[in-house]
Design a protein around this ligand. Structure first.
Ligand SMILES: [Zn+2]
Length: 133
């Protein structure tokens, strides 16, 4: 598949683009919840939409259903601080993610969890692709 075809297809079909984008978010952390490290099954808005948070890569993190549901529409950083599984390295990772520094965020997550594996080694390529979007 040529890259031009992909762009063309995404322009024609926004749903396809959205699905690809959601997939790419999970890929960044190797499908692990940014808060607790369990399997990520959903996308969580760090700054809730009710508080003006946007559906951008910077504001959307992979989260398990339990964290996503419990956090609900609270501010992620405040909520996370009160959790039993709080880890300052993960808090820093969330902050870096919010600032759009996914490379730093992923490095911090790796530090917080030695078993952490990014399954897609080309994630930096993905990052630049989705930054342009
Ligand atoms: Zn979780």
């Amino acid at each position: 598949m040529h890259i031009n075809d992909a762009v063309f297809l995404e322009d024609l079909c926004p749903k396809f683009r959205l699905r690809q984008w959601r997939k790419s978010i999970h890929k960044f952390t190797g499908k692990s919840c940014i808060y607790c490290g369990k399997q990520s099954e959903s996308i969580d808005h760090v700054i809730p939409r009710s508080q003006g948070g946007l559906s951008t890569t910077e504001n959307c993190v992979p989260a398990c259903l339990s964290c996503n549901g419990d956090k609900s529409d609270k501010n992620a950083l405040y909520w996370y601080r009160r959790q039993k599984f709080y880890d300052p390295r993960r808090a820093m990772a969330i902050r870096a993610w919010l600032e759009g520094d996914l490379r730093l965020a992923i490095r911090l997550l790796q530090w917080a969890n030695p078993n952490f594996q990014v399954k897609n080694k080309n994630y930096m390529k993905d990052e630049s692709e989705y930054k342009a979007a």
